[in-house]
Ligand binder design. Structure first.
Ligand code: GAL
Length: 728
């Protein structure tokens, strides 16, 4: 006869199997000091970041399959709160934002998921992933021990977890999610905030654990991550890292495979020899999980780029390029590395490394237990190769490299010996033509007439736009006396405009005066230029531009954007400060309000055939044309080399912001050996940072596709072309 408690247990067990479709051992994820333990087994796990909104659902399966073939076990993604909850309580999980579909695609391909909910994500994503409305919740302060913030963060995190549970996506339910992240790199902010930071971390940990996902939680770059949360490392190297408790495994959530780009900067590359060296160093020092940030970077479509001035391309020099094509030799060299590491798995998970010096710069890390033995032979010298002797055999190690010996004898892989040739990516002409451009001038003359917002003093930009547009017009006027000497050939006055970010185009009496731009590092700037003023009232209109909201920095949600000071200088009485007078505002462009980009809405403006258009206002022009989809199935891009700065849409979908600003940098030759920093390997100096813009094939129909461009500076649309990305 069974005792009562045994039969109770049996019943519970049976119910579990019934509900989740798998038993407790089969569907468990735990951890110990060595590794993540899945279904009772310690695992060496290889992961790569692919962010679902940075590609299209049509691309997902191919990207994930390529990741699997590249030797990955796990796909890592952030969850992007601002795309999912565009206004409080209104949710969007459609199209590129279909998180469940993305995770189910990973499951279908047969990989695991690390779901980094954040909901702060950084990620070079607009506002670090926070919805802009969150900033205007009364009494809120982000990422600290603040009631209103904690309520909203809890609600969103719980919503995501519940969605995953409803779809049975956690491994504890038989699904692919084996790990989740709460917060993101909170360490620095926590230190600056002191006690409030500390109590917030503890709250976030309790809140997350309380959601009972059945899989472990991590916090990256947060040394104080409370139990049972695992603190993890992010960086170019993480071998030096130790978790905060001896019973936690050593995990690396961001192994940076390259780096992001900003308009005006060069392209940063990371040589695969060094990336592989970094990974091998991590594994030989006892690490058991690493994630490439990014494995596929993709595209910051629409206004999703953070910033300011993060480029639309988020290529990241990743193993899969922006367009979804394999980048060699990065992809195959890492695939070989992964195979070599997997051959060592049994030894790696069952023993700690014993380190033996083999020379001044050379070491062996040996993992052996019972019948398994694996060794990593390293040469840390950054410019000379070495011959070492290990267990009576000789091994040649190139500079700054590690050889992997899965049986402690055979060198199956060396991080610096690359066997695959580099792939050459080309942008080839397509057979698609843009027919008959038409144009429409954005109105700069009758601005204040339609304005409903006005007041004394200059307003902060985002408080007015709520980020519904990049653009905000600041409009006022200045009266000039007929006795001013400049009116009779005297020295011209000038206009001085100070902005907190990110760019401005200055118009006086409908005439373009000039533009000025901040940078990602220095958002604020001052414009100063001579102006033609006439006697009487002069109209001043400043088009201020937010080029992606900041995504990182201490209390970045409080940073200001837009015009903060305006004066006219060089008048007979000196300067006239306009800062505190009456200003009117227009949120966004007229063309945006009229939805000129829409392919279905019959346009309410008279587009003019470009050939007939007057050229009196080269700035702020809308252009449109139609085209047929090119043949073939190669990925596509717009070549915007002839344009200036603006945004572009195809069939109503925003391709993103463009800017042909030239890259400043130091593009010297790049040596893989020696400690990597992005500045070491720069490319593309003195060329536009980003000339090509990804057009997903799935956004095109066979014929009559609409392209609409808003051009700020006077670029020439007739030279725009659609090109095919090929690799050989
Ligand atoms: C990390 C951050 C990521 C990303 C990365 C740079 O510090 O966690 O979200 O911003 O830097 O690409």
């Amino acid at each position: 006869m069974e005792t009562n408690s045994v039969s109770k247990l049996r019943f519970l067990f049976f119910m579990c199997v019934l509900f989740v479709g798998c038993d407790l051992i089969q569907c468990s994820v735990t951890y110990d000091k060595k590794a993540i333990v899945i279904n009772g087994q310690r695992r060496i796990l290889i992961s790569g970041s692919i962010h679902y909104p940075r590609s299209t659902p049509e691309m997902w399966e191919d990207l994930i399959t390529k990741a699997k073939n590249g030797g990955l076990d796990v796909i890592d993604t952030y969850v992007f709160w601002n795309v999912h909850e565009p206004s409080p309580g209104n949710y969007n999980f459609e199209g590129r934002y279909d998180l469940v579909r993305f995770i189910k695609t990973v499951q279908k391909v047969g990989l695991y998921v690390h779901l980094r909910i954040g909901p702060y994500v950084c990620a070079e994503w607009n506002f670090g992933g926070f919805p802009v409305w969150l900033k205007y919740v009364p009494g809120i302060s982000f990422r600290t021990d603040n009631g209103p913030f904690k309520v909203k963060m809890h609600r969103f995190t719980e919503k995501i977890v519940q969605m995953m549970k409803n779809e049975k996506l956690f491994q504890s339910q038989g699904g692919p999610i084996i790990l989740s992240q709460i917060e993101n790199e909170y360490g620095a902010q926590s230190k600056s905030l002191g006690a409030a930071g500390h109590s917030y971390v503890n709250w976030a940990a309790r809140m997350a654990v309380g959601l009972a996902t059945g899989v472990p939680w991590v916090m990256c770059k947060e040394d104080d991550a409370p139990d049972p949360i695992i603190n993890t490392c992010n960086g170019f190297y993480c071998d030096y890292f130790t978790p905060n408790k001896p019973y936690k495994p050593k995990l690396w959530t961001e192994s940076w495979s390259g780096w992001f780009t900003e308009f005006g900067g060069p392209i940063y590359q990371r040589p695969v020899e060094d990336l592989a060296f970094g990974v091998a160093r991590f594994i030989q020092s006892g690490g058991s999980y690493f994630n490439y940030y990014m494995y596929h970077g993709g595209t910051n479509f629409g206004r999703s780029a953070g910033g300011p001035f993060i480029t639309t391309s988020y290529d990241y020099d990743a193993p899969i390029d922006e367009y979804g094509l394999i980048r060699e030799p990065k992809y195959s060299h890492l695939k070989d590395l992964h195979e070599a590491i997997k051959q060592c798995e049994a030894a790696l998970v069952s023993s700690d490394p014993v380190v033996k010096p083999l020379g001044t710069y050379e070491q062996a890390h040996v993992f052996s237990s019972g019948r398994t033995c694996a060794a990593f032979l390293s040469n840390y010298h950054s410019n000379s190769a070495a011959r070492v002797t290990f267990n009576g055999r000789h091994y040649d190690l190139p500079a700054w490299s590690i050889s992997i010996l899965p049986d402690c004898k055979t060198d199956v892989f060396n991080t610096a010996r690359v066997r695959t040739k580099p792939s050459a990516a080309q942008m080839l002409p397509s057979n698609s033509k843009f027919l008959s451009w038409e144009t429409y001038d954005e109105d700069v003359n009758s601005l204040e007439e339609s304005s409903r917002i006005s007041g004394s003093g200059l307003k902060e930009q985002i408080s007015v736009t709520r980020d519904t547009s990049d653009y905000l017009w600041y409009i006022t006027s200045v009266d000039i006396s007929s006795s001013e000497s400049s009116l009779r050939g005297g020295h011209k006055p000038s206009i001085n405009v100070h902005s907190e970010g990110d760019a401005v185009h200055v118009f006086v009496n409908g005439q373009f005066v000039g533009s000025a731009f901040g940078t990602m590092e220095r958002r604020s700037f001052t414009f100063n230029g001579p102006v033609n003023l006439h006697a009487g009232t002069n109209k001043i209109a400043l088009l201020s531009i937010a080029a992606g909201l900041p995504n990182v920095g201490f209390r970045y949600e409080t940073w200001k954007t837009g015009i903060s000071g305006v004066s006219i200088q060089g008048l007979d009485h000196g300067q006239k400060d306009l800062t505190w007078q009456r200003w009117s505002y227009q949120v966004g462009l007229k063309g945006e309000a009229m939805n000129l980009v829409s392919p279905i809405k019959v346009s309410s403006v008279d587009w003019v055939r470009e050939s007939l258009a007057t050229q009196n206002q080269p700035q702020l022009k809308w252009h449109k044309a139609y085209f047929n989809a090119p043949d073939g199935n190669e990925p596509l891009a717009l070549d915007l080399g002839s344009m200036g700065k603006g945004q572009v849409w195809i069939n109503g979908q925003s391709i993103g912001r463009y800017w042909m600003v030239y890259a400043k940098g130091q593009c010297n030759s790049c040596n893989y050996a020696g400690t990597y920093r992005p500045a070491k390997c720069q490319l593309g100096c003195e060329q536009p940072t980003q000339r090509w813009y990804h057009v997903p094939r799935s956004w095109l129909k066979p014929t009559k596709n609409l392209i609409v461009v808003f051009e700020e500076l006077g670029g020439n649309p007739w030279k725009i072309s659609l090109v095919k990305r090929t690799i050989h």
